[in-house]
Ligand binder design. Structure first.
Ligand SMILES: CC(C)(COP(=O)(O)OP(=O)(O)OC[C@H]1O[C@@H](n2cnc3c(N)ncnc32)[C@H](O)[C@@H]1OP(=O)(O)O)[C@@H](O)C(=O)NCCC(=O)NCCS
Length: 151
């Protein structure tokens, strides 16, 4: 497989957000590529507008992207208060590259990010990838109950 570059963005990913920067801070139309990655491979994040993507990036304390040449092939982000609780969001690897350890790289990088490393508990929500996260060391939160206010 061609080499995969992992990019650790600054908190809020300002370069990606404003200028579409990718590896080596090169303009890479990264926001458009993130929109496509979500549309194709992240069922919970389909149809996000540029404005919505910018807002979710701005609200993220850790942001990681994976690139194969000019192609955005993976992504993940986390929000955190820095010591007590962090939550991972929008973890995704392009379908044709799943099963090659890329998801693991995204998770490991997020867990080592300054905003996340050392927090007491890291949470995430998943519909169908529990097996993957168990491999990453996460455990079912039982007896905790996930609750939601739908709007
Ligand atoms: C979930 C996802 C991020 C995993 O990324 P990936 O690159 O395919 O996973 P990796 O290749 O890094 O797998 C790491 C380990 O987890 C295991 N694994 C991966 N998916 C698994 C699954 N669904 N069930 C059980 N184990 C799984 C792998 O076998 C591997 O184990 P190993 O290290 O012992 O070989 C990716 O499949 C994906 O983007 N899926 C679609 C989007 C999605 O549903 N995201 C979850 C949010 S709800």
């Amino acid at each position: 497989m061609a080499p995969i570059r992992l990019v650790v963005h600054a908190p809020g990913a300002p370069g990606l957000r404003w200028f579409g920067l990718g590896p080596d801070l090169r303009p890479s139309r990264a926001l458009l590529k993130l929109q496509r990655l979500f549309d194709r491979h992240a069922f919970w994040a389909r149809g996000r507008s540029f404005e919505q993507l910018k807002r979710l990036l701005r609200g993220s304390d850790a942001v990681v992207s994976l690139w194969r040449g000019k192609r955005l092939v993976g992504f993940g982000r986390a929000s955190s208060d820095g010591f007590s609780r962090a939550v991972l969001w929008d973890i995704v690897v392009a379908g044709d590259l799943q099963g090659h350890g890329l998801g693991r790289r995204v998770i490991e990088e997020l867990l080592h990010a300054r905003a996340v490393a050392g927090v007491e508990r890291v949470y995430l929500m998943t519909t169908n990838s529990g097996g993957f996260y168990r491999q990453m060391g996460f455990r079912d939160a039982d007896p905790q109950l996930l609750m939601v206010l739908r709007r």
